[in-house]
Design a protein around this ligand. Sequence first.
Ligand code: GLN
Length: 242
Amino acid sequence: MYHDIMDLYGDKGNMLVLSKRCKDRGIPFELDTCGIGEEKDLSSYDLLFFGGGADKEQLSLIPDLLSRKENIAKAIDEKTFVLLICGGYQMFGKYYVAADGSKIECLGFYDYRTETGAEGSRCIGNIVIDAQLDDLHTKMVGFENHGGQTVGVDHPLGKVLYGCGNSFDAGWEGFYDGKVLGTYLHGPLLPKNPKIADFVITKALQKKDPGFQMSDLQPLDDTLENSAREALFKRFEIEGDK
Ligand code: GLN
C-alpha cells in the first residue's frame, strides 16, 4: 500500500524477500500496488503490506486511507494478513501526533495511539527484540527511526533487548494479535529475519488454506542471513537464537 511514498529504508525490499522465498519453493507470488485514488478490493489479497514514511507523506495519504477503512476491516475479517512497518503501524491506531504537533486521526482499529517525542526527540538506531508470534519464538533484528511514541499497545510483538521499541524506555516493541503485525523495525525487516519472512508467508497462505503450517515450507539456505544476525547479536552482546 502506498508503495510510492511509504518506503523508508527500503521497506519495499520486504516484498522482494517474500517474492524470492516463494519462488524458490515454487509458490506462486504476485505483487500488486495500491496508491492514492486507485480502486482496489483489499480483501481479495492474501497479504497487505504498508511501510514507513515521513510525516508529510503520512498526512497526504490519510483521506485515501480513511476512505478504505471498511474494506481493510473486511480484509482483516476474511483473514488477509497485514504487515505494517513504522508509519503504517502507527496509522492502524487511534491517532498520530506529527513532529509539528498536528494530530492526525487514524484508522482506529486498535486502541494504541502515537504521541510525538518531546522537543523533537527520536528513537534512532539498531534494535533487537525477543518476539513471540503464535508458536514462533525468535529474536528479530532491525533499525528504528521514529519520532512517534506509541502507547497503549495491549498486544506487543516482543520485548526489547537493545534499542527503544514502541517509545523511549517502553521495554516492548510492536503489535501482534494473530491478524496484524505492526513493528518499528525497518532494515528492511525481512532480509535479516528469515523466520519472520516464512511466518508472514505462512499467514498469507492460511487465508486460502487454513491448515497450512510453517513446517510445511521447504527449508531454504539461510547461511548469509543468519551470519548477518549473528554479527549484530555479537555486537550488542546478545545471545543468538538456538
Ligand atoms: N513519521 C513517523 C515518525 O517519525 C514514521 C517514521 C517512519 O516510518 N520511520 O514517527
